[in-house]
Write a protein of this length. Structure first.
Lengths: 296, 243
């Protein structure tokens, strides 16, 4: 690929990026390229360099060596970040601001932002717009789901949620107010460690993030991934669509699929006699394992 | 400009809702004037003290809005989030400075209006511009000192450091009583403090005396020193949080 074909088109790009923290080699010659319309997830164990890579893409850190571009510009230039929405790992708001005021502040940074009302409605925050962030977003009622705080998980399956940090894979703890730019696709970055930590799945291992296999829509796959268990007698299971993996213990089947709804529908349509059907959400780690063929 | 104004609004709203900030800036100088200075009837003395109290009020804004404000914000997830927005450090600082300017005008204004209402102060018409100018110029120097505190003191220590510096520099600089009333050792230290230099410049301006060059040069030196410490602290903070 020539530079001319690459530069202006890529949404974000890292080329030969190195980053050291003292003795720790966080990134060692990382190449990464995100193109318009792609949905890419960076997965890796703690210390793999995910956070560092994303923060360099966002212009929060500078690489020791190598180059970073955001929309063809140096990400440390504020204007380069105009079409990026970022949800950081930890979130905190100024205690003395009201929810609506936080959104107003963030809106002011973007050309043609969505209206505050639109953003409030989108995140189910209309009722707490006039409340200070401390009470509205961290109060016990929000944690309990009694109030539409930021912690509440929104209904429905909007794939856009993944990059807003509202993915269903984990409690929606991190929600940044990102007014979307009208009429333009907004790119997002979310960066969450795998639950559980530990020696998890390892594409980016040993501080070398490498270049993830680009698959459009793979993030969506993760978040829709489901697990259907059913108690049909062993051997009764017909060929079912979209089953990524099947496990069987005694007369209990566990099926892994990217489309739980479709699988249940197929079960019913094919007249499989089942009982005790459970549909569970696959964990991010399980989704990762199914993508990588179970390698750790 | 829109971004700077948004940060001006954010800073102003936040501080208006923080009693811990409003007390030392908006309330205390005016209250202290009412408690301690309303008996004084000598026009030159109360005019002198009005200038002192106005400086003390501005000093509070400088140390609390810049010092405590920056120290408490830096390193927070919110600050990190702001760094991902299309926002420059200059725009953020400009928003903070504009807001601080508003609070400084308000807090010094309370003292000035109150002094005119209850004390026989008298400022010649042609002295207003020079003395308000001296207040502003010294205020910028103190704001640099506040930024230096903000980037050098930890978030927990900042309140203590700012409060102590605010009280000590006011007392030793001769902003509560006239410098002549300071005890021997304090009078000795006083001559080298930024608040005293600012005081000399401002008192001269409000009373219609000639501008003492030595004091302005001293203030300038302090400005350079504070700016250097602030820059160093900012770089260090950037290195620690975002290297």
């Amino acid at each position: 690929m020539t530079d001319a074909a690459r530069g202006p088109q890529a949404v974000a790009e890292l080329r030969g990026v190195h980053k050291r923290y003292g003795q720790v080699d966080a990134l060692h010659g990382v190449d990464l390229e995100l193109r318009p319309g792609e949905l890419v997830a960076l997965l890796g164990p703690n210390g793999a360099g995910k956070t560092t890579a994303v923060s360099i893409v966002l212009g929060q850190r500078r690489p020791d060596a190598g180059s970073a571009w955001l929309f063809g510009r140096d990400p440390t230039i504020p204007a380069a970040r105009r079409f990026v929405g970022a949800t950081p790992q930890e979130i905190g708001f100024p205690d003395n601001l009201k929810v609506g005021e936080v959104i107003d502040l963030v809106r002011a940074h973007y050309p043609e932002p969505a209206s505050t009302q639109e953003v409030l409605a989108r995140f189910g925050l209309l009722e707490v717009a006039g409340r200070r962030t401390r009470g509205a977003l961290r109060g016990p009622e929000a944690a309990a789901g009694g109030g539409p705080g930021l912690r509440r998980q929104p209904p429905g399956g909007d794939p856009g949620r993944a990059h807003h940090g509202l993915g269903r894979g984990r409690p929606a703890r991190a929600v940044g107010p990102h007014p979307r730019v009208r009429g333009r696709r907004r790119h997002g970055a979310a960066d969450h460690p795998l639950p559980g930590g530990g020696p998890g799945p390892g594409i980016p291992r040993g501080g070398d993030l490498g270049r993830p296999d680009r698959r459009p829509g793979q993030c969506r796959g993760h978040h829709r991934a489901g697990r259907a268990q059913q108690g049909a007698p062993a051997g009764c299971l017909p060929e079912l669509p979209g089953v990524a993996r099947a496990e069987r213990t005694n007369d209990h089947h566990t099926l892994y699929t990217a489309d739980a709804d479709g699988l249940v529908r197929a079960l019913a349509l094919q007249g499989v006699a089942f009982s005790g059907l459970q549909v569970e959400r696959a964990s991010l780690e399980e989704a990762f394992l199914s993508l990588t063929g179970g390698e750790r | 400009m829109r971004i700077t104004l948004a940060h001006f609004k954010e800073q102003t709203l936040q501080h208006l809702r923080a009693p811990g900030y409003l007390l030392p800036t908006l309330a205390m100088p005016g209250l202290f004037w009412f408690l301690f200075e309303q008996e004084d009837q000598e026009p030159v003395l109360v005019t002198f003290l009005m200038a002192s109290y106005a400086m003390w009020a501005i000093l509070g804004v400088a140390f609390f809005q810049f010092g405590v404000g920056i120290a408490e914000e830096r390193g927070t997830p919110w600050e990190r989030y702001l760094r991902a927005l299309p926002l420059s450090a200059g725009q953020r600082l400009a928003g903070r400075a504009l807001s601080a300017m508003g609070f400084a005008v308000a807090s010094a204004g309370v003292v000035i209006v109150e002094a005119h209402l209850i004390s026989p102060v008298s400022v010649a018409v042609d002295r207003w511009l020079p003395w308000l100018g001296a207040l502003l110029a010294g205020g910028v120097v103190m704001a640099l000192g506040g930024i230096a505190i903000g980037y050098r003191a930890g978030p927990r220590a900042a309140v203590a450091v700012a409060t102590l510096a605010w009280l000590l520099l006011a007392y030793l600089g001769g902003l509560w009583e006239t410098p002549g009333e300071l005890p021997g050792w304090a009078a000795e230290v006083s001559r080298y403090l930024p608040t005293r230099l600012w005081g000399e410049a401002t008192w001269a301006a409000v009373l219609g005396q000639t501008a003492p060059v030595r004091d302005w040069l001293g203030l300038l030196a302090y400005a350079a020193g504070f700016a250097a410490v602030a820059t160093w602290g900012y770089r260090r903070d950037e290195g620690a949080s975002y290297r």
